[in-house]
Design a protein. Structure first.
Length: 63
């Protein structure tokens, strides 16, 4: 994905504009952003739970 570059992104944007049309792109962008937010929130909750579990285990080991 890091090899796409600016010209590749422009081509992707133009193709999306042609396929979906200018009225649908904001809706698709909003849905994509919301999906990313939910994914990030879920990932943070999972890693936070793991961190808290590790912390409890370390506290028990020091007692």
């Amino acid at each position: 994905m890091s090899n796409i570059g600016i010209p590749g992104l422009i081509i992707i944007l133009v193709l999306a504009l042609i396929i979906f049309g200018p009225k649908k792109l904001p809706e698709i962008g909003r849905a994509f952003g919301q999906t990313l937010r939910e994914f990030k929130k879920s990932t943070n909750e999972l890693t936070k739970g793991d961190y808290e579990d590790d912390k409890k285990i370390q506290q028990k080991n020091h007692e």
